[in-house]
Ligand binder design. Structure first.
Ligand SMILES: NC(=O)c1ccc[n+]([C@@H]2O[C@H](COP(=O)([O-])OP(=O)(O)OC[C@H]3O[C@@H](n4cnc5c(N)ncnc54)[C@H](OP(=O)(O)O)[C@@H]3O)[C@@H](O)[C@H]2O)c1
Length: 155
């Protein structure tokens, strides 16, 4: 189910996203991880690569801010160009600022929505558009596999 499949994982340089990337690499998948910090991406690539079953598996890093629609779309399209259409898109790029509602400035909520919500939306939409462009026979098969880190955390 996972061997030789392509998995794109936003937020794959840390936390849940990196753990997911390592797991999928250990099951034989080709991996693309997306995050902003290049140093962290490259460090994660070493860790993820160490889990690969064989040397033919690809582990690609792409630096992009998923809250920026242009960057998010470009990253998804680059991932597809380099590793083919993915079987899995894991939207795990996100931030969390715990605190009491009355103590958190509105900017924190705006930033959280921009990254966690719109970042996931932009990447999902970019993949759907690319799938339609490339005439994937059944887009619903991809839609069903979209998941957020919140879903991962609760499943
Ligand atoms: N850990 C939990 O138990 C848990 C439970 C439920 C939900 N969540 C949610 O799941 C998400 C991930 O949690 P985590 O614990 O894995 O967090 P984490 O360890 O801080 O990892 C966040 C990842 O997202 C990337 N990222 C953040 N902002 C980004 C942006 N604008 N564009 C692209 N990449 C971005 C980070 O890389 P860069 O900073 O380099 O971009 C990093 O790779 C968060 O939203 C968190 O609130 C976590």
């Amino acid at each position: 189910m996972f061997a030789q499949k392509h998995a794109i994982i936003t937020g794959g340089s840390s936390g849940i996203g990196k753990a997911t990337a390592q797991l999928l690499a250990s099951l034989g998948s080709n991996i693309t991880i997306i995050g902003r910090d290049r140093t962290r991406l490259e460090a994660a690539k070493v860790e993820i690569s160490s889990k690969c079953l064989d040397s033919n598996q690809q582990v690609i890093t792409l630096s992009a801010d998923v809250a920026d629609r242009v960057q998010a779309t470009a990253a998804i399209n680059t991932a597809i160009e380099r590793n083919g259409l993915p079987s899995f898109l894991v939207n795990s790029a996100g931030i969390a600022h715990p605190g009491y509602f009355q103590e958190l400035p509105l900017e924190i909520f705006e930033q959280t929505m921009a990254i966690n919500y719109f970042g996931s939306l932009y990447c999902s939409e970019a993949l759907q558009s690319a799938s339609l462009r490339l005439e994937l026979p059944n887009i619903n098969s991809i839609r069903r596999r979209f998941c957020s880190s919140s879903e991962l955390a609760t499943s």
